[in-house]
Write a protein that binds this ligand. Structure first.
Ligand code: S0N
Length: 271
């Protein structure tokens, strides 16, 4: 029995932690965990907290109940220009959430416990890993319901399943079983529903034993291949972070503060 600690109370999500794992649960089961703008604001805040927190090394994203991971944008609040928030402003702020998950310097695991449809499917696509229950169902619905994601939801999906399959998924809007999704390469592991959290936790615990900096750099490198200048910037930013940890970088700062010339000759010039 895991003693999940509630980090903060929210209306649309649950945010908990346990032994180095942050767990973020979309908590709108009556609409199959569809997200409205407020849900996305809360998800972004929880992900940002996970990024800052030294004691959280890996994050799980899931949905409440056993019917759905997430069914995408809440059709009840869709209006002109996007999904209408409580102030009446139309928003597509889920793209900001995609960027957060993509940039998160820690692994993010989608724990898919039912339908992952439309924008809900995109959410699992942008996560680093997907562990699914055997009742999970995957698919895009955009061209059927008046929407599409030509961003990560298409390009990154194509990296998982290939161009032909990605086009099939988007053009036909069919639904796929967990086993089919695993065979296509967009799901890492399928387990019985009652084993889903145990399996996901086990994967998280293995990653928590690995070097956080090595995991971070691997994620950056894999992203950079697809993310253009933004991906290179994030990879380069982490190279700078590592440089700051070296005496060679510290010598430059020390010399400046001590008002002397830096002595970089002392540092090796590796072949
Ligand atoms: C999930 C489906 C297939 C389940 O079917 P099933 O089992 O027949 O159940 P239902 O009776 O249909 O559903 C149960 C209850 O849940 C409500 N509900 C389900 N999904 C939604 C939803 N998305 N919004 C609001 N309510 C939902 C049902 O109404 C039902 O409630 P009751 O019992 O009260 O009648 C099936 O439900 C389904 O197909 N759902 C709709 C899927 C869908 O259309 N999703 C939206 C697709 N669009 C997006 O996600 C856009 C996302 C976006 O914002 C975006 C924008 C730009 C760039 C990227 C994105 C992005 O994609 O991320």
């Amino acid at each position: 029995m895991r003693n999940w600690k509630t980090e903060k109370e929210y209306s649309d999500i649950k945010f908990e932690s346990w032994e180095g794992i942050g767990k973020i649960t979309i908590n709108r089961p009556s609409v199959y965990n569809a997200f409205r703008p407020e849900t996305v604001v809360q998800l972004i805040e929880a992900f940002d907290t996970c990024r800052e927190r030294q004691d959280i090394g890996v994050i799980i994203l899931t949905g409440e109940g056993d019917k759905a991971f997430c069914s995408g944008g809440d059709q009840n609040v869709k209006g002109h220009g996007g999904y209408i928030d409580e102030a009446g402003v139309p928003r597509l702020n889920v793209l900001d959430l995609h960027k957060r998950i993509r940039s998160m310097p820690k692994p993010v695991v989608a724990m898919v416990n039912g339908y992952a449809i439309g924008g809900g499917h995109v959410l699992h696509v942008v996560c680093d890993l997907t562990v699914a229950s055997d009742n999970a169902i995957f698919g895009q619905s955009g061209p059927k319901v008046g929407s599409f994601d030509a961003g990560f939801g298409s390009s990154y999906l194509a990296r998982h399943v290939g161009q032909k399959k990605a086009r099939e998924i988007w053009f036909l809007c069919k639904q796929y079983s967990a086993k089919e999704a695993e065979d296509m390469g967009m799901v890492n592991k399928v387990v019985p529903l009652d084993k889903l959290e145990d399996e996901t936790i086990e994967w998280c615990q293995i990653m928590l034993q690995r070097s956080p900096m090595a995991l971070r750099m691997i994620k950056r490198g894999l992203n950079a291949e697809l993310d253009g200048q933004t991906g290179i910037m994030e990879l380069a930013g982490d190279a700078t972070l590592m440089f700051y940890l070296m005496e060679e970088a510290q010598e430059g700062r020390k010399a400046f503060l001590e008002k002397r010339d830096p002595d970089f000759k002392q540092f090796p010039k590796f072949p």
